[in-house]
Design a binder for this molecule. Structure first.
Ligand code: ARG
Length: 471
């Protein structure tokens, strides 16, 4: 098919051929062929809608549908089907194939629809299904987080603020922090999906269709939950793309933070994690190197997805109602967001399955550097000292320990008592790593019992999913 045929889409009004440079810029078939399957399915549903409205006879509708079915089959089995052709976009491609196959009857299919409502329909249909797949990938990543936590249930590590050692936490608690982020992400995806899953078809170019098409029936046959309520909005709304890119950006942000933690903890300086060879690379120059490229790529690709979100927002912000060709730019952003997200979710799940802990080193790091100082302040507060005063007292104790180059538990009872008479023998129990963890036993804290409970409930939540999700 040539540009000449494309010109036939709007035929009468035009005499000359399109400028080749413009024709190339105008063409979206190079990327929107990914919508081929949904475009054909939407056309089949539209055909039924036209038959229901008596625009087509049952016989005509059957002929069109069987031609569309064979076009779909060609596209599925014949990889070269799309290659040699220079169609403008997927919609004109399918229509041209239909007309090639069944002649003038094929020209009836475009009654009561426009490429404007077609493209919005196709993209929504495609994205709904991709979101379902992404939700599954997200769940697999959550499962990998939980597997890692369960396999290392007793491991302890320093918790950080400002990247300075703060208080000890269970390694599983660190894992569950990422589980929570991903749980919110799954909810968000499901909420976005509900707004994606609305049918624009029937809006025609912008004003609505003049044929008595049962839009609700068309929606049902394609699996849409609702029909758009305003034709101008239906063809010009890309909120669903922006929302999706927004939800995807947050997922990437979470994966990127996880990646950064993994990268950091795998350094010689931290030495908490060792990554399997399967997810690391070496250096072409330095023989000793083992680099966490997998996680660096995930971190890097977050920027790329944020870029798509920004591109979509910028693309939409100045558009007058209704459809404008600027909106053709939506697809590459959405496609690449889906692809990048899926790849990063999968690789992250693999990385999580390939992390080996150096538990001894992690525990030693958690026991060194006064991570029990807060516990000591709490000890004094429990004995009646106002917390601010306890904080001040412990600050002075820490200062002395630093000067002597020892940990708080290495100070003698007499030393400790010289700071406050409230301190007694039981202080050493409070200063122990175990006790420091055990006191954080309220919901959401890092006490081993709380974390064990959370792990169990996280498994259930992971398997049952969110109330918004399509089962
Ligand atoms: N290829 C176009 C897009 O992706 C389809 C809609 C074209 N509509 C039009 N009136 N030119 O947005």
């Amino acid at each position: 098919m040539s540009d000449k045929l494309n010109r036939n889409l709007w035929g009468g009004r035009f005499k000359g051929e399109a400028d080749p440079g413009f024709a190339e810029l105008n063409r979206s078939f190079g990327f929107d062929r990914r919508l081929f399957e949904v475009d054909v399915r939407a056309s089949i549903a539209h055909c039924d809608g036209l038959a229901g409205a008596s625009v087509l006879t049952t016989d005509e509708a059957e002929k069109i549908k069987s031609a569309l079915a064979s076009i779909l089959e060609h596209g599925r089995v014949n990889a070269g089907y799309f290659d040699e052709l220079s169609a403008e976009d997927v919609h004109s491609f399918v229509e041209a194939r239909l007309i090639e196959m069944i002649g003038d009857l094929g020209r009836k299919l475009h009654t009561g629809r426009s490429r404007n409502d077609q493209v919005a329909t196709d993209l929504r249909l495609w994205l709904s299904e991709e979101i379902d797949r992404l939700a599954l990938a997200l769940r697999r990543t959550q499962q990998a987080v939980l597997d890692l936590a369960e396999a290392n249930a007793d491991a302890v590590m320093p918790g950080y603020t400002h990247l300075q050692r703060a208080q000890p936490v269970l390694f599983a608690h660190w894992c569950l922090a990422y589980f929570e982020m991903l749980a919110r992400d799954r909810e968000r995806l499901a909420e976005v999906r509900a707004r994606v899953n609305v049918l624009p078809l029937g809006a025609a170019a912008l004003a609505g269709t003049s044929y008595p098409i049962d839009r609700d029936a068309v929606a049902r046959s394609l699996g849409f939950a609702a029909v758009s309520r305003n034709s101008l909005d239906a063809v010009s709304d890309r909120d669903f793309c922006v929302e999706f890119a927004g939800a995807a950006s947050l997922i990437m942000l979470h994966l990127s933070r996880l990646a950064e933690d993994v990268i950091l903890y795998s350094t010689t300086e931290f030495g908490f994690f060792e990554l399997s060879d399967a997810i690391a690379t070496g250096s072409s120059l330095m023989p000793q190197k083992k680099n966490p490229d997998s996680m660096e790529l995930v971190r890097g690709k977050a920027g790329r997805v944020f870029g798509h979100l920004t591109a979509l927002l910028a693309m939409m912000k100045g558009l007058p109602l209704a459809y404008n060709k600027d909106m053709q730019e939506d697809k590459e952003a959405v496609f690449d967001t889906v692809d990048t997200l899926r790849a990063c979710l999968d690789v992250t799940a693999t990385v999580l399955a390939n992390i080996h802990l150096n538990e001894t080193r992690m525990r030693a790091a958690a026991a060194q550097g006064y991570l029990n100082a807060t516990e000591l302040a709490d000890y004094l507060a429990r004995k009646g000292m106002p917390f601010r005063a306890a904080h001040e007292t412990v600050g002075r104790i820490v200062m002395q320990a630093i000067e002597r180059n020892v940990e708080l538990n290495d100070l003698s009872l007499d030393d400790l008592k010289s700071f406050s008479p409230l301190i007694e023998q039981d202080v050493f129990r409070s200063l122990s790593l175990e006790q420091t963890l055990a006191t954080k036993s309220q919901t959401g804290g890092t006490a081993p019992e709380s974390v064990a409970d959370e792990l169990i409930s996280a498994r259930t939540r992971c398997n049952t999913g969110s109330q918004f999700e399509v089962p």
